[in-house]
Ligand binder design. Sequence first.
Ligand code: TRP
Ligand code: SF4
Length: 404
Amino acid sequence: MNTIDPQQRVLSGMRPTGRLHLGHYHGVLENWVKLQHEYQCFFFVADWHALTTHYDTPEVIEANVWEMVIDWLAAGVDPQSSTMFVQSYVPEHAELHMLLSMITPLGWLERVPSYKDQQEQLKEKDLATYGFLGYPLLQSADILIYKAGGVPVGADQVSHVEITREVARRFNHIYGREPGFEENSQAAVKKMGKKAGKLYNQLRKAYQEQGDQEALEKAQALLKDQQNISVGDKERLFGYLEGSGRIILAEPQALLTPASKMPGLDGRKMSKSYSNVIDIRDKTEVIETKVLKMQTDPSRGRRTDPGDPEKCPVWQMHEIYSDSSTQEWVQEGCRSAGIGCVDCKRPIVEAVQKELAPIRERAKNYESEPDLVKNIIIEGSEVARDAAKLTMQEVRQAMGLAYR
Ligand code: TRP
Ligand code: SF4
């Protein structure tokens, strides 16, 4: 049986769209590096998701997959502390996606905001495809197959986690109602022992009759601590508590990653599509050139013209990288024309160099040993696949497909 605690599991994925930049590092990657020590983490390359929009450029996918994995490793995602894998190495994701498609109303997918938005934004592409409509459902399968309770994502992905919850709820509602659910649940309550069983029944009543949220949480904590009932009974009692069927697929929560404040070299948001990025593996000279070329407050046309940091992306960098005394030096020096823009950029060049030097160093090892990188992914994918298979057994059983 699948003895996992969804609250301890975190899963996230990224489409392989090319080299990662400082914005990714300060937003997503630093967060992953932290989470891997706090949860059981699964991080994967969503290569099938990349094909939903880039189906006509299959030749770039492979290179992007390995580049991205190297970026993760270089940033400190550690295969000893997390499971790193590639989506297409775990074909069970596709099976679950297909099975979930049986119970997913079209309207749910059509209403996901990213569906229309992306079609608008990528006008030159025909995204009126079956695969693209199913994008969020494939993502649901990614999440549900690991019973992940937490999904670190940016704001643009929150609606995908929401639909995942709805799909899980619908699945549990339809397939969690085994024949004799009520009787099986009552029998499971007895197995908890007199005292715990009585308390469970009281709390369940308080929740179901008065909507007492605290009682629900207490009962959930009580169930979690039960040692002498099986996992199947536990899932049954979690569902019985809330008045649904047995909980087979856990409902995940988004762990919102704050939007990156990293400005691009031109002052717009740092983004590959604006070609205004510093890649996390950029070489020393490249970093220096890029920072020195950064846009500044246009009113500082001459060295003697005073400026306003609020109108300058270099200042936004100081907000991220500099201590308060350096920040004061910038504020005062810019407004009084006491310092020049090149002076002002020097501490930024240094701070970025300092941050990226160890990352580049780690990357070097992996760049020179592609087999090492591949093996990390092969091993991670095996671990992921074992976990996915356990869930699929339960799903097949629930959907009447256990006769193989
Ligand atoms: N759609 C996500 C993105 O574009 C990538 C992704 C795919 C994902 N499957 C996932 C993220 C599962 C979190 C969980 O960023
Ligand atoms: Fe920007 Fe610094 Fe130049 Fe002021 S001095 S405009 S903050 S780079």
